[in-house]
Design a protein around this ligand. Structure first.
Ligand SMILES: [Zn+2]
Length: 342
């Protein structure tokens, strides 16, 4: 596989050292990718800035202007979780554009698949509000761009971040052109993502939420992907797969309460690679969302790149969680039933 990595040093300029979503997440990841030799196996793809029009396909123009204004000067807190620094607007515009660059390369066929290592993350951002560390919804902007500018009709978004991507769900809740599939710890921030949230109007059935109990681990997530995601994809027949790749479900993560390992994440990404090969000529783009364990995040990202490249094995020096897993049978049955997959 020819795999691209999108990265830009501007992503480090959005930073608040005491905040879990700080620049060390990416600087340490890039160092590990270089030192481990993974980066040398990748095509490096430059990010670009998203245009105002591309952002406005998801966000209100007045909101884009408010974020721009708020980031000027010394920056400020938008809410209790979400900060803005002087370079945050520029970083957020290039984060959205980084995912666009990855989508362009994959759709043009210059690479098989790609991982955009962007910050700030995006999946909580809604049309007119920043929240949950997110300013612009990078993946929603990319999905909208693929639909509008490349005339695709079915884009699958798989969100395996620990949290529910309320912003992404919102963006496509009433339309079938993007199918939003999310696994997340539940109940948890931001509170949305019950399995009964399945879309509305023409979008009915095109939002698939799999709310999982705290303590779910590798086996539970594997079962969800095998027993729910695979049949959903078979039915949907996507033309492109985008993934909101968050690694805050790793058992060492300081924010989350899930028990995934590096190997567990590899299984999820390998499944996405296989589904992309089977249904859409391998066209798969990952975009970084959360993941706050500075120990685990570089390993999870390196392992994901390994899977994108087609490797059989990954390095998992941290090993599996020592505690057992929560059962997920009840959730799987409920989701299958509401989506007619039983
Ligand atoms: Zn998250």
């Amino acid at each position: 596989m020819k795999t691209a990595c999108v990265y830009d040093p501007l992503y480090l300029e959005h930073d608040w050292p005491e905040h879990p979503e700080n620049k060390l997440r990416l600087s340490q990841t890039m160092k590990y990718l270089r030192d481990s030799g993974v980066l040398a196996r990748l095509e490096t793809l430059p990010a670009r800035d998203a245009s105002n029009e591309e952002l406005a396909a998801v966000h209100r123009p007045s909101y884009i202007a408010r974020i721009h204004a708020a980031a000027e000067g010394s920056g400020q807190w938008w809410d209790a979780d979400t900060y803005l620094r002087p370079h945050s607007y520029a970083a957020a515009v290039r984060a959205a554009g980084g995912v666009l660059a990855a989508v362009e390369a994959v759709l043009a066929g210059t690479v098989d698949n790609a991982f955009a290592l962007v910050r700030p993350p995006g999946h909580h951002a809604v049309a007119d509000q920043a929240m949950g560390f997110c300013l612009f919804n990078n993946v929603a902007v990319a999905a909208r761009y693929a639909l509008q500018h490349h005339h695709l009709e079915r884009v699958l978004i798989v969100d395996f971040d620990l949290h529910h991507g309320n912003g992404t769900q919102d963006a496509f809740y009433e339309e079938p052109q993007a199918l939003y599939f999310s696994t997340h710890q539940y109940p948890y921030y931001p509170g949305t993502g019950h399995w009964q949230e399945t879309g509305r109007g023409a979008g009915q059935g095109y939002t698939v939420n799999v709310p999982l109990p705290a303590g779910t681990g590798d086996v539970g997530l594997q079962r969800v992907f095998d027993e729910i995601l695979v049949p959903v994809v078979q039915r949907y027949q996507p033309q492109l797969i985008l993934a909101s790749a968050g690694y805050d479900g790793h058992w060492t993560d300081p924010i989350g309460g899930m028990r995934l390992s590096v190997s567990g994440y590899s299984y999820l990404v390998r499944t996405l690679v296989q589904l992309a090969v089977e249904f859409c000529a391998g066209r798969l783009v990952l975009a970084l969302e959360g993941g706050y364990s500075l120990q685990a995040l570089p390993l999870c990202i390196a392992a994901s790149f390994s899977m994108l490249l087609g490797d059989e094995q990954v390095q998992d020096p941290l090993g599996p969680a020592t505690q057992g897993e929560q059962a997920v049978d009840t959730v799987i049955q409920a989701v299958k039933k509401v989506h007619g997959l039983a």
